[in-house]
Design a protein around this ligand. Structure first.
Ligand code: PA5
Length: 446
């Protein structure tokens, strides 16, 4: 179970920056409208990110293919970028052993090794092939549009190399595509090359696709229990959709962020989990929040240039790097601390070196206590410095809780888009750069 705690925003210690009841009252109608717009878009099928978690047919097809591929190959190389990579990487880092690819098969709880090819950095591309034996490897190409240059250029390289080494059948056997069910170049190549594939439903965009095969297929291949992941996501979806407006946690999150931005000039959202396993989840949320909400124009076509800049930080590491700025720098940030109640392991610090009391006092405490106390100290020190901070608490880092968390954040982003009255599901700002690139590369039509 996850809980969103925001009473801290109303704490008197925040002084003039403390949120007030009137802040909420002022946007009462806007919030109601946002809630109903999101609901309508889900009901009329315009948005599919919430219903995908109960698409039994797709879940079965995903599990079946994952079973086939993981029975044949040891490694899976995922080629994708943006929403086609961040979700699966977040799941892998949160839910698998931190050294999954290095552990012997039995020790890591089964599952394929998983590697990611996201950037078009030639050295990383080459290094990945240095690390794997490609005869033991399957390649997963993910792109919703089917034509993303970074993904497709690496696909061309892989296709060529597999064809040469293993022939047409060998290439076909070890290549899987996840893309739009009908449109796009990768879908056409799937037909032409007769590749195995899974669809990304048309009404789900890249950064909202983690519960589609984009996230679930690689997760299932590396041993993550995707049924539990989707169960958690479904539970959160139902709780959001069945909550009265003022108790809906994702709507509350969106609303408070909107107030922070519009009434308290908080342009920066710092996402600070206190668990290493959640750093990639923070990166996933960073993209979701930035690309969805950073927009030039509102739904009426007026120039608004809105959007909070999401920044990821890691507790406790960034206490020794960024926290000084958060506490004493400009009053332009709101901090989201993500804490986890339970740990997989308890590690007690030995009570030794008594002759050095400045160090030995830590003995008999646990690392678990330490990280929790540090999280709490950061939270309190931020409030004392009149810095707004909210907290999401997760029971433990497991499939169900991560499913809940990611569904919560997807809904929060969709609601925030409605509050800003912008389209949270497009990204027109990045198109211009693509055109310049296509022109330089002489893509037909540019
Ligand atoms: O959220 C989005 O739509 C983008 O970040 C895309 O995921 C990213 O640009 C990659 O696109 P595609 O999946 O079409 O390759």
């Amino acid at each position: 179970m996850i809980t969103f705690q925001a009473d801290t925003l109303f704490d008197r210690r925040l002084g003039e920056y403390s949120f007030k009841r009137e802040d909420l009252d002022k946007i009462h109608n806007l919030v109601k409208q946002a809630e109903s717009n999101v609901l309508n878009d889900l009901k009329n099928g315009k948005r599919g990110f919430a219903d995908i978690v109960s698409n039994e047919g797709l879940i079965d097809a995903t599990l079946k293919l994952a079973k086939e591929i993981s029975a044949k190959y040891k490694n899976l190389v995922l080629v994708g970028i943006g929403g086609s990579a961040l979700g699966p990487r977040a799941l892998f880092k949160a839910l698998r052993h931190p050294f999954h690819n290095l552990l012997p098969y039995e020790k890591r709880g089964n599952g394929m090794n998983l590697y990611f090819l996201e950037n078009v950095d030639p050295d990383t591309f080459k290094a990945t092939f240095d690390a794997i034996n490609d005869s033991e490897t399957a390649f997963l190409i993910i792109t919703k549009s089917g034509s993303t240059i970074e993904t497709m250029s690496q696909f061309l390289l892989i296709r060529e190399s597999l064809m040469k080494k293993f022939g047409e059948n060998g290439y076909r056997e070890r290549t899987i595509a996840i893309t739009d069910p009908n449109k796009g170049s990768l879908r056409n190549i799937v037909k032409y090359d007769r590749l195995c594939s899974l669809p990304i439903p048309e009404n789900i965009g890249g950064r909202f696709s983690v519960f589609s095969p984009v996230g679930t297929f690689p997760a299932a291949c590396c041993g993550i229990d995707i049924e539990r992941l989707l169960k958690g996501a479904e539970r959160m979806r139902d709780s959001i959709l069945n909550s009265p407006t003022w108790e809906n946690p994702a709507l509350k999150f969106a609303q408070l962020m909107y107030i922070a931005y519009t009434s308290y000039k908080r342009n920066i959202l710092v996402i600070m989990p206190y668990r290493d396993a959640l750093l990639d989840t923070a990166e996933w949320f960073q993209q979701l929040w930035a690309e969805s909400l950073g927009k030039e124009r509102n739904n009426k076509g007026e120039v608004v240039n809105v959007g909070m800049t999401p920044v990821r930080a890691l507790g406790v590491i960034d206490q020794h790097s960024q926290l000084q700025l958060y506490i004493e720098g400009p009053h332009d940030k709101i901090i989201l601390v993500i804490g986890v109640k339970e740990f997989r392991h308890t590690i007690t610090i030995p009570k030794i070196l008594d002759r050095f009391p400045d160090v030995s006092y830590i003995g008999n405490h646990t690392l678990n206590e330490l990280i929790k106390l540090e999280e709490n100290a950061t939270l309190e020190s931020l409030i004392d410095a009149r810095r707004p901070v909210v907290r999401i608490e997760i029971e433990r880092v497991d499939e169900e809780n991560i499913g809940e968390l990611m569904m919560f954040l997807e809904f929060a982003t969709a609601y925030a888009g409605e509050l800003y009255q912008i389209n949270a599901f497009d990204q027109p700002g990045v198109e211009h750069g693509k055109k310049i690139l296509y022109k330089a590369l002489k893509k037909p039509g540019y």
